[in-house]
Design a protein around this ligand. Structure first.
Ligand SMILES: Cc1cc2nc3c(=O)[nH]c(=O)nc-3n(C[C@H](O)[C@H](O)[C@H](O)COP(=O)(O)O)c2cc1C
Length: 199
């Protein structure tokens, strides 16, 4: 399936169908101002109580920190993420210290809010000529240890950032999967009035 086959049912900004998660990256370096413009976009995401529970820890390829980030990934993700330009680990704070309080209260939406920030980062990456690929297949416990994530934080996801590369560099099985995915139809995910979906 090509990008042009991603047909929205209603008019939307092309950004939403143009974002997808390739695995073929060029391996070229990403400079910090470029990377930080992606974090900047993430910073403006909405969150409950404006608690902004997201935290981004990153390593750029070729830097001292890269190997420790790369070593967190499952083997099947290492195969392709080796050519990413940056790896980011997104962490969220599970509690919120509200103004005037001395004890933090649980923040039920910490993962939801972090997800909004990840989406913003991903769309900005596309606008800036880069691609992102979220990675759930990594060792979260090891990430907490290696990256000094304190108690009270949840390791959410890793994110590979890179420039889209030549699919021919991928292994045959990954090459076969190197295409934009489809989506459920709107009627399968939206209902008026009650939860009227087929199981
Ligand atoms: C939380 C999360 C975890 C994911 N984990 C992996 C992963 O470990 N390995 C991988 O290759 N892709 C991973 N993906 C990518 C998804 O498979 C991909 O986003 C999904 O198939 C939709 O395709 P698209 O992003 O190209 O639109 C992950 C995506 C998300 C959001």
């Amino acid at each position: 399936m090509s990008l042009s086959a991603r047909n929205p049912e209603y008019p939307i900004d092309p950004l939403f169908v143009e974002r997808w998660s390739p695995r073929a990256f060029t391996g070229e370096p990403i400079d910090e101002p470029t990377l930080f413009s992606l974090f900047e976009a993430a910073r403006w995401a909405p969150s409950a109580n404006n608690a902004q529970p997201w935290r981004f820890v990153y390593a750029r390829s070729g830097t001292a920190a890269w190997e420790s980030f790369f070593g967190l990934l499952n083997e099947n993700n290492r195969v392709w993420a080796a050519k990413a330009s940056a790896l980011v680990v997104l962490v969220s704070r599970k509690t919120n210290l509200r103004k005037g309080d001395t004890v933090p209260t649980p923040l039920r939406t910490h993962s939801l809010d972090a997800g909004a920030a990840w989406a913003s980062l991903s769309f900005q990456a596309l606008r800036s000529g880069w691609h992102t690929h979220a990675i759930g297949g990594f060792d979260r416990e090891k990430a907490a240890l290696v990256l000094d994530v304190p108690e009270g934080y949840h390791v959410e996801v890793a994110i590979a950032i890179g420039r889209q590369g030549d699919p021919a560099t991928l292994t045959p099985d990954l090459l076969a999967r190197e295409r934009p995915t489809e989506r459920l139809p709107l009627k399968a995910i939206v209902a008026e009035g009650r939860f009227a979906f087929e199981a």
